[in-house]
Design a protein around this ligand. Structure first.
Ligand SMILES: *Cc1c(COP(=O)(O)O)cnc(C)c1O
Length: 358
């Protein structure tokens, strides 16, 4: 509660604590009505106060460039609003739903894909109709997986969250529940033994955290993640590829290694969505592919996330991989390994015989 009450959120706060650049001053003035600025003291303490290029700072302190909207950018880049059978419930895939349970976060990422509805200052409001969502889930037996997000679901109190999870768990066809949260990073103090004991009652429960840079995995964060892991909660990380923050093999490798030390599996590396005002943070897809090439084979398979693009307009997540197939015909596949050496895998003989009969 202290961390939330003492968030750095005004231009005076920022001015007093950081050596602001002109570009940042401009950003703070121009983006006030777009997405609120708020940073927990814990996360703020990781910022280099003299370096505007600090990878932590770039994620949470607005810049003038953020007010520039390029033609391909959208308010709802993943087409969520058009896939909501009831307010707050995005049903895009056959067997799983994204349930937006709050419109607030502990701190706000400048590249937020849901800036249209979170933080309370944007153009839209997130309609919170939990009862309608529960009714929809009860009458939709194809849904076996519910992903709680927002905003940040861990911003709810233990009691609210317990009620929500209990209600979901009362629906027999819901097998798997997961929470998407950046609170373990922004507000590790929230990961109390009480929270973990409550979550543990609702297994199988997974948690997807969101961290982008190895500096974010502080001692406090690591202790919080250990408490969650000890409560039997499997964890994955969803990282966003951001220019000047984590767009190099070295930073991504360090991040993924540190995540494994914190008992978190790197899950997805996202190409940054085409959210309004994000062009200064987006990288080329070639950069993402280069990073994936630099990880696969060079380090533990467990440390390698899947690189994905959440298709603009609502196509869902599409995996993007470096090409390891050099040549392919009915007889064989020619592959290259992480060192660039080529290998041949012959196709099964029955397939050849079958193909010949035709
Ligand atoms: C990301 C997402 C999911 C979950 O996708 P997984 O690939 O199963 O992690 C579900 N619904 C929506 C709308 C999503 O954006």
């Amino acid at each position: 509660m202290w961390q939330l009450r003492n968030r750095v959120s005004t231009s005076e706060h920022l001015e007093a604590r950081l050596n602001l650049s002109e570009d940042e001053r401009e950003g703070i003035a121009l983006t006030a009505g777009k997405l609120a600025t708020a940073v927990t003291p814990h996360y703020f303490s990781l910022i280099d106060k003299d370096d505007p290029e600090c990878p932590i700072r770039k994620q949470v302190v607005p810049r003038g460039e953020e007010a520039y909207v390029s033609p391909e950018e959208m308010a709802d880049p993943c087409g969520e609003d058009s896939h909501m059978p009831v307010p707050g419930l995005v049903h895009r895939y056959p067997d799983r739903v994204l349930f937006l349970v709050t419109d607030r976060c502990a701190a706000y990422c400048r590249y937020c894909t849901r800036s249209r509805v979170v933080s309370g200052v944007g153009d839209q409001r997130l309609e919170l109709q939990w009862e309608m969502a529960f009714k929809y889930l009860e009458k939709t037996p194809t849904v076996r997986d519910v992903l709680l997000s927002g905003g940040d679901a861990l911003l709810l109190s233990d009691k609210q969250l317990d009620k929500l999870l209990t209600r979901l768990r009362s629906i027999p066809h819901i097998e798997f529940v997961r929470i998407g949260s950046r609170i373990p990073i922004f507000l590790p103090q929230r990961i109390t033994p009480e929270l973990c004991a409550m979550l543990k009652k609702h297994h199988p429960l997974f948690l997807s955290i969101h961290t982008n840079h190895p500096k974010e995995l502080t001692l406090e964060v690591r202790e919080g993640l250990e408490r969650l892991a000890d409560a039997g909660i499997p964890m994955g990380n969803q990282s966003v590829l951001l220019k000047g923050v984590n767009d190099s093999v070295e930073v991504q490798k360090a991040l993924c290694h540190k995540l494994l030390m914190c008992r978190v599996k790197p899950y997805y590396l996202y190409q940054c969505d085409l959210i309004k005002g994000s062009s200064h943070l987006r990288t080329s897809i070639a950069k993402g592919l280069e990073i994936m090439e630099g990880l696969r084979g060079h380090t533990s398979g467990y440390a390698v996330p899947q690189y994905v693009i959440d298709a603009p307009g609502g196509g869902g997540k599409i995996p993007i991989n470096p090409e390891y197939i050099v040549q392919r015909d009915e007889k064989k596949v020619v592959l290259r390994n992480y060192e660039g050496k080529e290998y041949v895998y012959p196709e099964p003989q029955e397939m050849l015989a079958g193909a010949m009969q035709e």
